[in-house]
Design a protein around this ligand. Structure first.
Ligand SMILES: Nc1ncnc2c1ncn2[C@@H]1O[C@H](COP(=O)(O)OP(=O)(O)OP(=O)(O)O)[C@@H](O)[C@H]1O
Ligand SMILES: [Mg+2]
Length: 225
């Protein structure tokens, strides 16, 4: 069964939003799906209900319990910082090999389409030596690259794409999740990125109003999976 790593040009761009939308779309067409967010920062029990793992669990139609969150997000840190720094604040460290082993095991046992949401952008440090890029490289699974529509996103996106390709990683789709402020129409950003992205599809997801979490763009992305 296919597994996809959902990564991004930065934090707060739309990885969780897009992953949740894709989960709902797959479930609506009866395609079984699982999702994990192995590393979370800015987490404590008071924000559990709005945390990334909770958003993913709700999209999966599962109950949000402490146990369910712990099972899909084992590395949780309180400080809203890059994971290496957030871990250090608690005198902890992320065991990179254990993180890779957990990710592989979850993919192996799921027997369904699996999404693994990364953390922050593609080169956020996980420890003193490794970044998310090393995690993705170790897994070697195809990627969904979620980017924004803000001023500057085109350069950020193409820089990320170049780095990912140099590591031999395949980007299935670049998803432009429209930011709160956008200098141009979403379709213009999509077209600009597509002129430089070669065979990688570029799909725009408009800024959806609060409470709306379905959109035909998710069907178009799902058709590529
Ligand atoms: N297309 C969109 N329409 C409406 N809201 C969006 C859209 N994309 C992102 N958002 C909102 O923007 C915020 C940040 O998105 P999200 O949490 O998915 O980012 P992220 O990349 O997963 O961040 P993190 O690095 O913390 O995991 C969320 O409140 C999300 O609901
Ligand atoms: Mg997220």
């Amino acid at each position: 069964m296919p597994a996809y790593f959902v990564t991004s040009t930065g934090t707060d761009i739309g990885k969780t939003f897009v992953t949740a939308g894709l989960i709902r779309t797959l479930r609506a067409t009866r395609r079984p799906v699982a999702a994990f967010k192995p590393v979370v920062s800015g987490y404590d029990s008071s924000v559990a209900a709005t945390s990334d793992p909770a958003v993913l669990l709700r999209a999966l139609g599962r109950r949000v319990t402490a146990e369910a969150i712990a099972a899909i997000a084992p590395w949780r840190f309180r400080a809203p910082l890059a994971p290496d720094l957030a871990a250090a604040r608690e005198a902890r460290a992320i065991d990179f090999d254990a993180l890779v082993a957990f990710s592989r095991e979850m993919i192996a046992i799921a027997g369904t389409t699996v999404f693994i949401e990364g953390v922050g952008g593609i080169m956020v440090p996980l420890d003193d030596e490794r970044t998310v890029l090393d995690w993705m490289t170790a897994l070697g699974i195809p990627l969904l690259l979620v980017v924004g529509g803000y001023l500057g996103t085109i350069s950020h996106t193409l820089t990320a794409l170049d780095v990912l390709r140099r590591r031999g990683l395949r980007v299935v789709a670049i998803v432009v999740s429209e930011s709160e402020r956008n200098p141009v129409e979403l379709h213009e950003t999509v077209a600009s990125i597509a002129r430089f992205s070669g065979e990688t599809a570029v799909i725009g997801v408009p800024r959806l109003p609060p409470g709306i979490d379905t959109h035909p763009a998710f069907d178009r992305i799902a058709a590529l999976l």
